[in-house]
Ligand binder design. Structure first.
Ligand SMILES: Cc1cc2nc3c(=O)[nH]c(=O)nc-3n(C[C@H](O)[C@H](O)[C@H](O)COP(=O)(O)O)c2cc1C
Length: 202
């Protein structure tokens, strides 16, 4: 049994930023870890697996200022496991906006889940600019915080950490526009095509 299980709860887990952060955590963690990806079908299997570890690390994106629905459904099932099997629940949350504090509500949601269902809350790493930071030289900042986060979980000295790109909002907006226009170009899309309301359907 792995002492630490990592569950990637991003709705796009196989090609997610959460996957990058989960791997980073596993690289810095000196204890045995097991990485699992949540999908529409495997909630019962993952719930079973989560009841067989000391620490559970949930890695997920911020969706509409909170936790994604897929994770909510998983937590509902997790709340049902016997009390002697309940792991300490930590989380690595990444969001698109610059400020790591955008993730505060999701942290509170996980803390509330723990309080109401007899789990202990562990450490939290809140990553701002999570969509972009791992592709920039500022990745070193995330690595530094991830190392400290991993240590805190290993030692059971649970704490909260946060990290983001050291940019002003104005600089971030300019850089983000450039980045997304480039991504659009790579996919054959112009700015005008990306500006339409139905872009998510394409
Ligand atoms: C439906 C949806 C809702 C989102 N809501 C927020 C939000 O409220 N705040 C924010 O900062 N980022 C938001 N984002 C951006 C994601 O948190 C960000 O792209 C993240 O890096 C995705 O992580 P993943 O690749 O691990 O899924 C949202 C993205 C989607 C698709």
């Amino acid at each position: 049994m792995a002492h630490i299980k990592i569950i990637n709860a991003s709705p796009r887990a196989p090609r997610s930023n959460s996957k990058i952060y989960a791997k980073m955590f596993a690289d810095y963690c000196t204890m045995q870890t097991e990485y699992l990806e949540l999908n529409r079908k495997n909630t019962p299997e993952l719930t079973q697996s989560a009841s067989d570890c000391k620490d559970l690390i949930l890695v997920f994106p911020l969706y509409a200022d909170g936790i994604p629905v897929s994770l909510l459904n998983f937590l509902k099932e997790l709340s049902q496991i016997p009390s002697d099997c309940k792991p300490t629940v930590s989380a690595i949350i990444n969001c698109g906006f610059l400020e790591s504090m955008q993730n505060n509500i999701a942290v509170e949601q996980i803390r509330l889940f723990c309080d109401e269902n007899g789990f202990s809350a562990g450490s939290f790493l809140k990553i701002g600019s999570g969509e972009a930071i791992a592709d920039t030289p500022f990745k070193a900042f995330v690595k530094y915080k991830m190392k400290r986060f991993a240590k805190s979980v290993e030692k059971g000295n649970y704490r909260e950490f946060s990290v983001s790109m050291p940019l002003t909002k104005k600089m971030f907006v300019i850089a983000a526009n450039k980045y997304w226009l480039n991504r659009g170009k790579q996919n054959g899309l112009t700015k005008e095509q990306m500006d339409v309301d139905t872009i998510e359907d394409q």
